[in-house]
Design a protein around this ligand. Structure first.
Ligand SMILES: *Cc1c(COP(=O)(O)O)cnc(C)c1O
Length: 318
């Protein structure tokens, strides 16, 4: 398979069983067509074009044992028979399906305390260069302008869908972590100068003001790279930090209910760290703000292996 060519738009479908006083739709980026999909696969596709262009021969990235990003990058590295080194915080190394797959793909995992991550990355890259390799470093979560570009493209897919189906989404909700996905959507909105739509990132961990500032910085970086800084307005960056729970979420009743109802009624998996949390947060926000008769799009950012971790954790508790 050539993942560089896998650029079909992901499906958008109506959800009938939630938010009955609005029209709710879901964009299935969890079905992005390789390595269990998700926003990390969408970003990784563009990073891989860069890896090829630069003729890199060693991939280095960063993430925890539950990282969707690391699983996708390890998969692509294995596909191209390239060595892959994952630097991983020793504080977060529990066994997960993503870690299982990283090992299956033959990635090397180097654990280091969070406080020493930066120097470890610098040292690893220097050592590889000294040995004659051309390493390519991908930031945790696929952060940076290339990751942002992936969601500028996703925004275009959403616009194409609207045009074809004669619909306009008043809101787009999604789980926001490093903020790259949100920055891409917001840049897509700014570049197409559509002011009547609200894109709302539901933070899965970070608190404001920091969380929002990171998104703002990514938006500015991307617009600067396109020489469109003049279009920037921070009005477009809405980062909600009311639903982070404990940073995880499998113990939270509203998140559990969302996961179970979505699986039963629509046959779609959510997880406790990202999409279940964002979906439950969106439902609460829509209700509390008295939002009615609107077209709402939930962007499903993936994380299917985490759904199975959730199932495992739940079963072992009962
Ligand atoms: C990483 C991730 C997010 C957050 O994306 P960012 O671009 O880092 O904000 C959301 N959902 C899932 C399933 C993820 O893996």
């Amino acid at each position: 398979m050539s993942i560089e060519k896998s650029s079909m738009p992901t499906p958008v479908v109506r959800l009938e069983h939630f938010l009955p006083s609005n029209q709710l739709y879901i964009k299935r980026d969890d079905l992005y067509p390789f390595s269990f999909g998700g926003n990390k696969a969408r970003k990784a596709r563009l990073f891989w074009q860069e890896v090829k262009k630069q003729k890199a021969d060693y991939i280095v990235t960063y993430g925890s044992s539950s990282s969707n990003h690391c699983r996708v990058i390890a998969n692509l590295s294995a596909m191209d028979q390239m060595p892959c080194l994952i630097i991983s915080p020793s504080e977060n190394s529990k066994m997960t399906f993503n870690l299982n797959m990283m090992e299956l793909f033959g990635a090397k995992i180097l654990q280091t305390p969070v406080a020493e991550v930066k120097e470890t990355i610098d040292k690893v890259l220097q050592d590889l260069r000294d040995k004659g390799y051309h390493p390519y470093f991908i930031m945790g979560g696929g952060h940076g302008n290339i990751g942002t570009q992936a969601y500028v493209e996703a925004y275009k897919e959403i616009k194409d869908y609207e045009e074809k189906e004669k619909i306009a989404f008043d809101y787009i909700f999604h789980a926001s972590g490093t903020g790259t996905t949100q920055a891409g959507l917001v840049c897509g909105q700014i570049l197409s100068q559509e002011i009547d739509r609200r894109i709302i990132g539901i933070s899965i961990a970070r608190k404001n003001p920091y969380g929002r500032e990171v998104v703002i910085q990514s938006v500015k970086d991307y617009l600067a790279a396109c020489q469109k800084e003049n279009l920037y307005s921070e009005h477009f960056v809405e980062f909600l930090d009311a639903y982070t729970k404990d940073g995880y979420g499998s113990d939270d009743v509203t998140i559990q209910e969302s996961i179970q109802r979505m699986l039963i009624l629509e046959g779609i998996p959510l997880d406790a760290t990202y999409t279940g949390k964002a979906f439950a947060g969106m439902c609460d926000f829509v209700e509390k703000n008295g939002i009615h008769n609107k077209n709402i799009l939930f962007l499903h950012t993936g994380g299917t292996p985490l759904f199975f971790d959730y199932l495992n954790n739940n079963r072992s508790k009962s």
